[in-house]
Design a protein around this ligand. Structure first.
Ligand SMILES: NC(=O)c1ccc[n+]([C@@H]2O[C@H](COP(=O)([O-])OP(=O)(O)OC[C@H]3O[C@@H](n4cnc5c(N)ncnc54)[C@H](O)[C@@H]3O)[C@@H](O)[C@H]2O)c1
Ligand SMILES: CC(C)[C@H](C(=O)O)[C@@H](O)C(=O)O
Ligand SMILES: [Mg+2]
Length: 358
């Protein structure tokens, strides 16, 4: 039996509540198909700052580097959101983790379950059949560019938007390869009409397109993409974009799937894979038992498939989600106000419905 080490990082707020269910899903598959999962938990974010003063303690980093996969919840706390002057911040833990583990490719599938077509604020006839796979670059861009500093006695602030050809090439390669297995259409999103780093981005994608003659490549400006995503979501299939644009566009795209609570992601590089919902710590609902655990559960479906090659098990998780939604069970965020048949459940009841079907 092959042992696979999973590090679980619940983090802050609803991160803890939803990760419990992601982990339980993994446990149901442990010991089957020749793979046994072992679990280790570690600190990150506000919780880690409170315990150690560091948002990503060395002990956590060492465990992550030795892991086969990571199940992450979320970080963030209103204390820091409300006080921009604080120097040590939960999000630094997440960013450092992505950088240290070399997780440059963030895959964010936008899967609209038919049952949730009315949960979205977009008209059903615009939405039906929407299915998008985002490739968000995750370790470059203005998130990491230097210099980043205050100048002029703190009166001026600088961040640096920067990309190298190598960084664009490696994420673009993954997106092109994925496009080949899907509808052979790739939309690369940038702001090349203004930004030098975007012109480099476009240049690299154009060069690479010659090697992928079977893939139709479209270049789109970020502002247009933000508009078209809502106007005509079905016109997108694989979307390739940078760190900042990808962050914003995928929160927008979560509304195609009905809720932030539905969006899973995989962050990949050359070492371990990290799986997490795209949402944050959501302190507005934390501790109330109402958070949607499906993004964490669907992140585990990605883990089973991508990190462990357990395709049938991954499909089983997705089917369990689909079936539970068909039965009418909804957490608050995906409930349809116009339908009396929705059965509103909390985090744990939703999690249990899924586990029973595995
Ligand atoms: N990957 C991460 O760890 C991550 C991602 C985004 C934001 N954050 C952090 O989280 C904190 C809160 O940020 P925010 O409020 O802007 O974004 P958020 O994603 O935490 O919440 C946005 C909205 O979506 C709702 N929501 C999110 N996840 C949900 C779920 N599973 N079920 C039901 N509803 C859900 C929330 O209630 C809220 O109304 C901030 O400190 C931010 O920095 C962390
Ligand atoms: C919390 C924050 C640093 C993070 C990001 O901007 O990447 C989050 O919004 C995400 O989408 O994972
Ligand atoms: Mg985000």
């Amino acid at each position: 039996m092959k042992e696979q080490k999973i590090v679980v990082l619940p983090g802050d707020g609803i991160g803890k509540e939803v990760t419990t269910w992601g982990k339980k899903v993994l446990e149901t598959f442990s010991g089957k198909n020749g793979i046994r999962f072992t679990f280790d938990e570690a600190l990150i974010g506000h919780t880690a700052i409170e315990a150690t003063g560091n948002p990503l303690p060395d002990e956590t980093l060492q465990k992550l580097k030795a892991s086969d996969a990571v199940l992450f919840g979320a970080v963030g706390h209103p204390k820091y959101d409300n006080d921009p002057s604080l120097k040590v911040r939960p999000e630094q833990g997440l960013l450092k983790m992505r950088k240290e583990l070399g997780l440059y490719a963030n895959l964010r599938p936008i899967r609209l379950f038919d049952e949730l077509i009315h949960a979205s604020s977009i008209k059903p006839e615009i939405l039906k059949g929407a299915d998008i796979l985002f490739f968000r670059e995750l370790t470059g861009d203005v998130y990491f560019g230097e210099p980043r500093e205050r100048r002029d006695n703190g009166n001026v602030a600088v961040d640096t938007m920067i990309y190298s050809k190598m960084e664009v090439r490696r994420i673009a390669k993954r997106a092109f390869e994925a496009a080949r297995t899907r509808s052979k259409k790739l939309t690369s999103v940038d702001k090349a009409n203004v930004l030098e780093s975007s012109r480099l981005w476009r240049e690299v994608v154009q060069e690479m397109a010659k090697d992928y003659a079977d893939v139709e490549v479209e270049h789109m400006f970020i502002d247009t993409a933000a508009m078209k995503l809502i106007k005509d979501p079905r016109s997108f299939d694989v979307v390739l974009t940078g760190n900042l644009f990808g962050d914003i566009l995928t929160d927008e795209a979560s509304q195609i799937a009905g809720s932030m609570g539905m969006l899973a992601s995989a962050s990949l590089g050359d070492q371990t894979g990290l799986y997490e919902p795209i949402h944050g710590s959501a302190y507005d609902i934390s501790g109330k038992g109402v958070a949607n655990p499906l993004a964490s559960i669907l992140s585990v479906a990605l883990m089973l498939d991508i990190s462990f090659g357990l395709k049938a098990e991954s499909a089983k998780v997705i089917q369990a989600v689909e079936q539970t939604l068909k039965e009418g069970f909804r957490t608050r965020d995906i409930a349809d106000a116009t339908t009396a048949t929705d059965k509103i459940v909390g985090t744990d009841a939703m999690g249990e419905k899924i586990i029973k079907k595995l």
